[in-house]
Each structure stands twice: as C-alpha cells, then as structure tokens.
Write a protein that binds this ligand. Structure first.
Ligand SMILES: Nc1nc2c(ncn2[C@@H]2O[C@H](COP(=O)(O)OP(=O)(O)O)[C@@H](O)[C@H]2O)c(=O)[nH]1
Ligand SMILES: [Mg+2]
Length: 316
C-alpha cells in the first residue's frame, strides 16, 4: 500500500539528477549525433555515420543495427526528407526500445522485501547500497543492511561506515566468515527485533578466482528463499557505465548464474557515452532501475526511460 504511493515514478528530482549526470554524454557522442542531424541530406554516408556514432556511444552493434534499420524503414515509409524530422523519429525509436519500466517488487507491499545486490568489484555495489538505503529511508522505510562481502575486512568496514553516516544498521560478522550465515542472521534480525521493511544484501564481487562466486550467490539466494517467501524479491546487478561493452559482457555472465531482475547503472556522471542503457535493455532484457550520478549519497536517481531519452537529446 505504502510503497505504491511512495514509488511514484518520474519524480522531478529524479529527472533533474538524471539530466545533470548526462551532461558529459550530451556534449559527447550524443552531441555528435545531434550535429549529424543538422546536415542536409539523408544519404548513404549519413546512415553510415549514424551507425558508427551509435556504436561509439556504447549502444552495441546488435542494437545499433536494429535501430538504424527501423529508422531507415520509417524514413522511407513516411517519406521523410529532412534530417531534423528524422531526428524526431530517432528519439521516438530509442524511447520505444527502452519501453515502459515493468512493475518493481518495491511497489508490492509485503512484510519484508529482500534485495540482493551483485556485481564485480569496483562497479559501485557498496556505494549504491548506501544510496539506495538512504533513498528508501527518506521515503519512510526502515532499512537494514547485510555485509555479505566477507572476503575483505575493508568491505565490511566500508558498509559499516556508510551505515553510521546514514543511520542504518548493518549486520556483519568477522572477515572471512560464511556470507550465508550473515544473510541468515540479517533476515532474522529484520524479521524479529529490528522489524525492517527492506533488507539489502551486499555481496562479494571477485570473478575468475578459484573461489566460486556464482555458487556463493546461489547459496545466498537459497537461504533467502527458505526464510522469506519468494525472496530475494529483487536481484540488482550493479554495472559501471564507464566500462561500456565490458559491462554488458559481465552482465551476461551474472545473468547465466543468477536471476537478475534489474540493473543499477553507476558512474553515469563519468561517461561521455551512456548508450549502454539501450544495449542492457535490448540484449539482456533487464530494466535499468536506478542510476548512480556521482559519489555522494544523494547522487542517485530512479531510472525513468522517458526522462532518460529526453535528457539525452535535450541539447539543441
Ligand atoms: N563518479 C561516481 N563514482 C561512483 C559512483 N558509484 C560508485 N562510485 C565510486 O566507485 C568506487 C567503487 O565503489 P564501491 O561501492 O566500493 O564498489 P564495489 O566494489 O562494487 O562495492 C568508489 O570510489 C565509489 O565512490 C557513481 O555513480 N559515480
Ligand atoms: Mg563493495
């Protein structure tokens, strides 16, 4: 009930943060795309340039091909001659590609919502968890954090430090302890004395080691499912927007192992590209739910596909 009201999409604040974070992107490749449409003719060279720029913007080869194909078809069918008219159609097609955000588990009222957060080291998991916790707290939710990245002592300390700053409790064990046990305790704490509405679980992010990260994540999921009906209710994959197509390759690996329900795209403020949003939606079929727009606790926004496309093309 409460969530339905609180998570009204497309808040003005979210749109403004998104817009600010895309400053570099607007001046970068998407600015070049806008300039291309200020030319005179829609000739073969134009289409080749558009294709090259979209790929450069991290939209991805597959998604770019489909997008350009669809746009060319529309231009022909609708008899569009002027590049500026074609620009409007491109914007429409890109918005269409992102579609409407599907309902989020955060919109469904339940006693305890469990959010599992996964991703490689350095992608921005811990920071995003702190931001999300703060975001939810500001909206009246009681949040609890679980430090299930037990591999490094620094990771636990980092989450604790954030917890102290934002006034959110962190359940942690000793470094090197079993992450599953941390999750078990955190769920019990959330359900019992602390009565949290939302539990957010931080996890380790080492890939390519003997230690099997994917197995560990699977185990954590099983523990969640045993203790809370249908948990985890959301599994967010954190991706660093500045890593472009690499982020997409990582995402595919995680998706094979765990059921990803959404993406938190970080460091959108640090890239002049940003087209990876389209590739994520198209090639993974997973919605971007939140974006990181800086290093501060409030540099975070709920992702709205329409606001994103508007902000991306708002450069005339
Ligand atoms: N500019 C910027 N930096 C970010 C953002 N999100 C995270 N970071 C930085 O990325 C680095 C790694 O973040 P961290 O949360 O420790 O990543 P983790 O290893 O995945 O937990 C830190 O220096 C963060 O401050 C963002 O949205 N924008
Ligand atoms: Mg971390």
């Amino acid at each position: 009930m409460v969530f339905g009201k609180i998570f009204k999409r497309g808040s003005k604040e979210d749109a403004e943060r998104l817009e600010q974070s895309l400053e570099k992107t607007r001046r970068g490749v998407f600015g070049h795309i806008a300039a291309l449409f200020q030319g005179q003719t829609l000739d073969e060279e134009f289409w080749e340039d558009l294709e090259a720029l979209l790929i450069q913007a991290d939209v991805g080869v597959e998604t770019t091909m489909e997008l350009v194909e669809r746009l060319r078809e529309r231009v022909e069918r609708e008899g569009v001659k002027r590049p500026e008219d074609a620009y409007k159609l491109l914007k429409e097609e890109m918005a269409q590609l992102l579609g409407e955000a599907p309902p989020s588990a955060l919109d469904t009222p339940r006693l305890l919502t469990v959010i599992l957060v996964v991703g490689v080291n350095g992608s921005g998991k811990t920071t995003s968890i702190a931001k999300l916790a703060y975001y939810l707290k500001q909206r009246g939710k009681k949040v609890l954090l679980a430090a299930a990245d037990t591999f490094r002592a620094a990771a636990i300390d980092q989450l604790r430090m954030w917890g102290d700053r934002i006034g959110v409790e962190v359940i942690a064990h000793q470094p090197g302890s079993d992450p599953g046990a941390v999750v078990y305790d955190a769920i019990r704490a959330a359900q019992e004395s602390r009565k949290a509405d939302v539990l957010i679980i931080d996890t380790a992010g080492r890939l390519h080691t003997k230690y099997n990260l994917m197995k560990e994540l699977q185990k954590i999921r099983n523990i969640c499912a045993r203790q809370v009906h249908r948990a985890p209710h959301e599994t967010y994959l954190v991706l660093d927007a500045t890593t472009g197509q690499n982020a997409l390759i990582q995402a595919k690996k995680f998706k094979e192992a765990v059921d990803i329900t959404g993406v938190i795209l970080t460091k959108l403020d640090g890239t002049a590209k940003g087209g990876v949003v389209f590739a994520i939606q198209k090639e993974l079929g997973v919605p971007v739910r939140f974006v990181g727009t800086g290093e501060g606790i409030t540099d975070f926004a709920e992702f709205d596909p329409h606001a994103f496309v508007e902000a991306l093309f708002r450069n005339e």
